[in-house]
Ligand binder design. Sequence first.
Ligand SMILES: C[S@@+](CC[C@H](N)C(=O)[O-])C[C@H]1O[C@@H](n2cnc3c(N)ncnc32)[C@H](O)[C@@H]1O
Ligand code: SF4
Length: 400
Amino acid sequence: MSSAQKMVTADQRHLYINLQPHFLTISEDLHSTYAFDAEGRLLSAFRQGVNYQRGLSGAILKKQVLPNRSKLCQRLSDAEAHNLIALVLAHVAQLRDLGLADQSKEVASWLERILAWNMGRYNDERIRFQSIYQPVSILPPDQYLSIVLQAAEGCSWNRCSFCTFYLDRRFRIKTPDEFQRHVHQVKAFLGTGISMRRSIFLGDANALIIPQARLRELIQIVHQEFTLNSHDALQGIYAFLDIFGAEQKSIDDYRELKDALVRRVYIGLETGDDAVFQLLNKPGSPAACVEAVQMIKAAGIHVGVILLAGAGGTRLANQHVIHSLATLEAMQLGVGDIVYLSPLVVPEQGTYASALAAAGSANLDTAALNAQIAHLKTEVRRVVGPGTRVTLYQIGEFMY
Ligand SMILES: C[S@@+](CC[C@H](N)C(=O)[O-])C[C@H]1O[C@@H](n2cnc3c(N)ncnc32)[C@H](O)[C@@H]1O
Ligand code: SF4
């Protein structure tokens, strides 16, 4: 049940409580707001004009609009994260003592849960997360509130010149027993906080590359452990897949996955231009990506296609844009599909920078990158079917 309550303290502070079925927010006047999940874990904080989002891993992302209107997004250091949580807990304890807990039994019970999370417990939780998960390196933006289950770890290719997400681990597929243990650990970790999660995301980089027989077993475990597809429950299963992996499956495999409630597959096209594609060292080709997407869609599964804005730099910019638009058009996307535009962040590691220089090209400057993103946004919307969402994918804003 949802309810919004307001109280004015003896010293004239205006407090607002928003009780939702799966989370609670507490605000004081307009200067601070905190959100907590059903376990009482901090989800987000707004203090002194700055937003903070806390992930399950314990990482905290600070988001701020600077006086020159540019946006700043950075991860807090451990010490900064510690200080922020200590400030929030002290503030909530103060509000409780000013009479917030007297509002209702329900509010009192939420406050008790929130304040049962002392600093020691927050620290222990970070360590516990690391014992359950390999780092969750990236998710599609519409999956930030999913329950990540690492059916596999790492990327089976791991050699794209621009991508450093999984360089820290070897690709491996979990056995059913191992996966079952992992699922149990994840459920215990989330506790009642599971109620605000909306989907299952199978990790890591290309979980659907798992051979069909094993994938079937792992997905069966998901269905045994979670209620999917009912009202107010988890909507289905989502996962990344690379082009090479996508080609390994048949339409019947995809139909089986559709019946198992796999709803959307996210695939990195990055570019529709063969020369840029080569420079990125992606597996497969743009043409193979079109075929794979058409097969996945024919089986009734939606796709999320990721395009890398800025790929190929100055010299290849025109052909990157023109061929990417033609490739997306050929995919015949529609309702339920998404096109993500991911602005290229040139990594220090990896071979992208040297490959770009060898191709006689150079990185776009910020103005040129922003112009390409704006152009792509308009033109992609024009070439994809109505109902296909076109939106940004900012890897620097990711946190789980
Ligand atoms: C897990 S991969 C996508 C799925 C699959 N592994 C594939 O490559 O098709 C995540 C996406 O993050 C994006 N990405 C990776 N490294 C990036 C970088 N340095 N800058 C911007 N986007 C990046 C790419 O668009 C990539 O498709
Ligand atoms: S872009 Fe995808 S396939 Fe390439 S290394 Fe990264 S995760 Fe692997």
